[in-house]
Design a protein around this ligand. Sequence first.
Ligand SMILES: Cc1ncc(COP(=O)(O)O)c(C=O)c1O
Length: 421
Amino acid sequence: MVVWHRIRKDFPVLDQLYEGKILIYFDSACMSLKPKQVWETIEYYYRYLGACGGAGRSTHSLGTETSLLAEEARDKVAKFINAKDSREIIWTRNATEGLNIAANSISITKNQNIVTTSLEHHSGMLPFYERAKKVGSEFRIVNASKDGRFDLSDFEKKIDDNTRIVSLVHASNVTGTIAPLKEIIEIAHEHNALVISDEAQYAPHAPLDVKKLDVDIAVLSMHKACGPSGMGVLYGKYDLLEEMDMFFVGGDVIEDVVYKDGKIIPKYLPPPHKFEAGLQNYAGMMGVGAAVDYLMNIGMEEVHNREQSLLRKLLRGMLDLEGIEIIGSTELKNRAALVSFRPKSDVVSHNDVSMYMNDMLPQHRIMMRAGNHCVHPFAYSIGMNPGKGEGSVRASLYIYNTFDEIEVFLGALEDFLRTIG
Ligand SMILES: Cc1ncc(COP(=O)(O)O)c(C=O)c1O
């Protein structure tokens, strides 16, 4: 049994009074808070190791321990997402870097096309858009409905035998909707297209099984999963990683660089190292290892169920309030634990709501994100105009949030709406 108030104690950041007020953190979709197990692990690296890892390089004691711990962390991530082999796990700085590597390292010709959706985060859309532009391939967009859902028949229409890549977000960071990824992968694979899934908002919150999904590439944002900032992961099927080009080159990715007759002949290492140029963030890797240990100790099924109960209270409470528009679906089914909304008002904006919550409450600071959450195309598709500063506020939940916090938030939102009439 998970004792949730003890879990919360692992996040001492929530114990402080910030300028005299209690903190309520509703911005985990942007970045999660970090449990002490993670920063204690990072401290271990800096206090006792501080050296570089990397096979066959600094083979002294500190280097060897660093390498072993970093590789152990890779094994833990492989287990976390049920990858077949740890060599399928590439360290990145964030999900964006993983998406850029995928977009630029998969071979594609101008006769082929890339399919993506209107609900993508800019990080899941722009790398593919730019690659398509460079190569001259067609860039196709499947439109999400106004409530952020997909119709599988739209994928059937857009994906054909010339589709090389299908890139899509598993859980939306604006609407929270969960895409029917398994079914989309099946459609794509019937046409031999590769599927890249953006797991930034899914993997931290529910069990992810890349083998069962049969996804070709998945990118994760480990800083949203209790991990250190500046850490992400790219998972890829090993054969595909072998086939893909390097993205960054330099030190640490090569077996040898022969110099003969005035020419160089580089020989690159196999995956995962061929994608990890230069010295790495060893402290970050170990911190990610501690983060996935932490989440797996709780159990991802437990994490998911807890968040769904919190979400139920949040969404039901918000649906009872007049004066706000919820962006995307108002249903609980197939939804990540976040709600984006804006006041129905000509006088106040989404920014006013977030400022009120952070600065104006007598005893609390409720921290949320306001803006368009890096998903402008979807905003335009539902009639909002990010160019004119229109946007929404997002309340996003994680394992350390409580029902009491949701109560405080709903009360504060009701007060805010009352004061603006
Ligand atoms: C759905 C989605 N994809 C990609 C990203 C980018 O993640 P990162 O900051 O790790 O690059 C985010 C970040 O919020 C996101 O929500």
